[in-house]
Ligand binder design. Structure first.
Ligand code: 1CP
Length: 338
């Protein structure tokens, strides 16, 4: 068993389990080389290529888990939106804000997601036994924001935010449609054997938490219930949720991922004790010197002793252009911590 498998069975591991959000697709020299030959869409939608990329970080970074190489935006694609990944990030040809009746644009076709399950089958066959595979989807709010705004990385999602605030009823209906296909997608990933499941609500902070709680959190709970019904752990990353973490109850998730804005010791004091934590090294620190990184890691020593089931991760995705050597150093240092 690896440290990450131990965690999934509630056993305190010998070493702190570590993996990174976006561990495959941002810093690995081998990935960047593949990208000269293939587009991101080709890599993601060709099952053998997606499988190869998923497995790259295990050897090259020595992380303890693999995360499926896909994207949260495959759901909007399966709802009929035309998606392209450009230099500037993801772009939708017909973002929902352009339509008077956005619901009429949505044409769910779950078959469009089949390539993902084919990739999972290959990964399950080809990965080392002791390395768990993390399945994932986007959170309902994050997926809706991208569908609405249709913009790339620098988007501030203003149209979408204002729509949600002013059209609660239609928002609820769109969330229902997103949730239905997300549940189907999650279930297929579970059936095909992902070892745990993570929901990326990367834009949780874009609307007031009270509104998030009312319109979106029930959908997260449904995904959690489904994952638990397959006896797998559910990890939840509500980025920029702020003090909303105090309102996350054990019926929402098994693991709460803490972002880099939140001090992890403070988070531990206020998050329900039944929920384990994941996180939260600031990805920007990976641009620091070796000594900076080593000093920052030491700050987690006491935390690791007090929280034997903690999973080490960054507080958001590894940043583009992060020095690869520093990412490797971080893994080595975390493994020495206990
Ligand atoms: O290691 C991995 O790369 C794992 C696979 C993975 C995951 C978990 C990808 C591949 N995307 C994601 C999740 C994802 N996608 C999130 C949630 C996590 C987060 O907040 O970082 C979000 C918001 C997206 C949307 C997305 N996809 C963006 C915009 C946000 C951003 O990161 O700037 C972009 C640029 C993408 C494209 C994308 N997805 C994944 C990769 C490797 C890429 C880049 C494609 C390339 O190689 O050019």
């Amino acid at each position: 068993m690896s440290s990450f498998s131990d965690i999934l069975h509630n056993t305190p591991p010998a070493h702190i389990p570590i993996w990174f959000m976006r561990q495959a697709g941002r810093v690995l020299p081998s990935y960047l080389k593949l990208r000269q030959q293939y587009s991101f869409m080709q890599l993601m939608q060709t099952p053998q290529l997606a499988c190869d990329v998923t497995l790259l970080p295990i050897n090259e970074l020595n992380v303890d888990a693999a995360i499926l190489f896909s994207d949260i935006l495959v759901i909007p694609q399966a709802l009929g939106l035309d998606l392209d990944f450009t230099e500037k990030g993801p772009v939708f040809e017909n973002p929902l804000y352009k339509f008077d009746n956005p619901i009429s644009v949505l044409k769910p076709n779950p078959e469009k997601l089949n390539f993902v399950y084919q990739a999972i089958d290959l990964i399950k066959n080809q990965k080392p036994n002791n390395i768990p595979l993390i399945g994932f989807c986007g959170g309902p709010l994050t997926v809706l924001l991208y569908m609405f705004e249709g913009l790339g990385t620098k988007s501030d999602f203003k149209n979408a935010e204002r729509f949600i605030i002013n059209n609660k009823q239609t928002t609820k209906q769109i969330v229902e449609i997103i949730t239905e296909i997300t549940l189907y997608y999650t279930k297929q990933q579970l059936i095909h054997g992902v070892d745990c499941f993570r929901l990326f609500e990367s834009n949780c902070g874009n609307i007031p938490f009270s509104l998030y709680k009312e319109l979106f959190l029930p959908s997260v709970k449904k995904v959690c219930d489904l994952v638990r019904s397959y006896n797998r752990k559910f990890l939840y990353f509500p980025k920029s949720i702020g003090l909303g973490i105090t309102e996350i109850t054990p019926d929402i998730c098994d693991y709460l991922s803490i972002d880099w804005q939140t001090d992890i010791y403070s988070a531990r004091k206020i998050v329900d004790k039944e929920i384990n934590l994941e996180g939260n090294f600031d990805p920007r620190l990976l641009f620091g010197t070796k000594k900076t990184i080593q000093d920052e890691i030491k700050k987690y020593k006491q935390f690791s002793e007090e929280n034997p089931l903690w999973i080490f991760n960054l507080g958001h995705g590894i940043l583009p252009n992060t020095p690869f050597e520093n990412a490797k150093l971080l893994v080595e240092e975390v493994k020495k911590l206990r």
